[in-house]
Design a protein around this ligand. Structure first.
Ligand code: HEC
Length: 401
């Protein structure tokens, strides 16, 4: 009996590791998924797949308190489902969060929990995807963002949050509040919802004309958030109507003062639309691991990179010299890492402090406004050394707690 149990456990373990080929399968279902929320029965038709999100250590805020609260550096597991009706696609994201944090009005001392889903506007060249931290020059992304907000009074009834006032502060509006309360209750949890097009951190532009429409919702229950996003497979910005396409997820924990770049982030992950042909190459590329000697890679990093970058327990460089690479393996593809080494200016990480001392800016700008990374190219390294380095970089990532 004991042995049989052992065999069964082993079998189920092998089974699950085979299924977990690290892509999200979108099941086609009958009906319309354009308008479904996190509690819809439609989700019962498919099962969860794991996605790991890592602290984006490459970005730090100018907020010592927040940085200290997030110093423990642990990753988190999201559980994700996807379904499509052939015209629209919907994602369900579930994650653990001990406490529900709500953004109160427009206070800057309390921060809401939230989540975002990111898509590249083009993935024709799947070796040159946008920078995972909100795109990069010439490689744009569309970001759908939802933050948990409290009930807010909205005099114009148009979901125009800039003209909202917190009802607690505005007793004068009492009568109107009564009138609007029902409406507000309906929309309150989803009023901080935005769609952006972005070519890099701090270049985010809100899409307000409805040409990229989506529906997002988030609900908190029993220590878990569930968020949903529904959007058309094809819009003026995105074409997800393929066998597979890349997606990335981010979550913010308001309790830990997470906001802006201070968040947990996944790598580009392939969504495979079940029953639609093509996309295998993309999925393979997104999952590709470099082959080589991890110990030699570590040695090469110490010799060539540690003067500027901090990572893991290597902290010789000043903190603001270059992105911290402690989780770079968690949210980068192999192709991105290889490109970073041989062609640093192909994607220039903007840095987090726009007033940085000139010794600590991460790029130079020429008279045409073109940014050149201050990192030297390591094209001169032989192929084996480059592969070894990338094997090591891919190993740099936090554990799930
Ligand atoms: C002279 C300082 C310097 C050295 C040496 C250096 N880098 Fe960089 N690196 C930077 C700067 C600055 C950036 C940010 C600008 C950019 O994106 O190129 C960067 C960016 C990166 C990125 C992208 C980070 C992200 O958040 O996406 C990677 C990966 C990287 N470097 C790896 C390396 C590796 C591997 C080495 C050693 C072989 C190395 N770097 C050596 C300064 C340096």
């Amino acid at each position: 009996m004991k042995n049989l149990l052992k065999v069964l456990i082993t079998l189920s373990f092998i089974g699950s590791s085979l299924i977990a080929s690290n892509s999200i399968k979108a099941m086609k279902i009958p009906g319309n998924v354009s308008d479904i929320g996190p509690t819809s029965k439609a989700w019962l038709s498919t099962s969860y797949q794991d996605v790991i999100v890592y602290p984006q250590t490459t970005i730090k805020l100018n907020d010592l308190d927040a940085n200290a609260m997030n110093a423990d550096n642990s990753a988190k597991k999201l559980r994700v489902k996807a379904i499509t009706d052939g015209k629209n696609i919907s994602f369900l994201i579930k994650w653990k969060d001990e406490s529900k944090s709500i953004q109160e009005g427009y206070s800057t001392t309390s921060y809401g929990d939230g989540f975002a889903v990111q898509f590249p506007t083009s993935y024709k060249d799947s070796k040159k995807l946008p920078y995972i931290g909100m795109g990069s020059v010439g490689r744009s992304v569309v970001v759908h963002l939802q933050k948990a907000t409290g009930f807010t009074y909205e005099p114009n009834g148009n979901n125009d949050v800039y003209h909202q006032v917190n009802e607690n502060n505005q007793n004068a509006f009492h009568e109107d509040i009564q009138k609007y309360r029902i409406k507000v209750k309906e929309t309150a949890i989803s009023d901080y919802q935005r769609v952006f097009i972005s070519e890099g951190f701090r270049s985010m532009t809100q899409i307000k004309d409805g040409s990229e429409s989506s529906k997002m919702q988030m609900v908190y229950k029993n220590g878990y958030w569930k968020g949903s996003l529904s959007l058309p497979l094809k819009s003026s910005y995105l074409n997800l109507n393929k066998g597979a396409f890349p997606i990335a997820f981010a979550i913010w924990d308001g309790d830990k003062k997470n906001r802006d770049g201070l968040k947990l982030l996944s790598s580009w992950i392939g969504v495979k639309v079940v029953g639609k042909s093509g996309g295998e190459k993309l999925i393979d590329l997104l999952n590709e691991k470099s082959k080589g000697d991890v110990n030699n890679g570590e040695k090469l990093a110490l010799e060539n990179c540690a003067a500027c970058h901090r990572y893991k327990n290597v902290n010789m460089a000043p903190d603001f010299m270059a992105p911290n690479l402690s989780n770079i393996g968690g949210y980068s593809t192999k192709e991105y890492l290889m490109e970073s080494i041989v062609e640093p200016s192909a994607v220039v990480v903007a840095g987090y402090n726009r007033n940085a001392h000139k010794n600590f800016t991460w790029y130079d700008v020429d008279e045409k406004g073109i940014r050149t990374s201050t990192m030297p190219s390591y094209e001169w390294l032989d192929e084996k050394s480059r592969n070894d380095l990338v094997v090591y970089l891919q190993s740099l990532k936090a554990e799930v707690k």
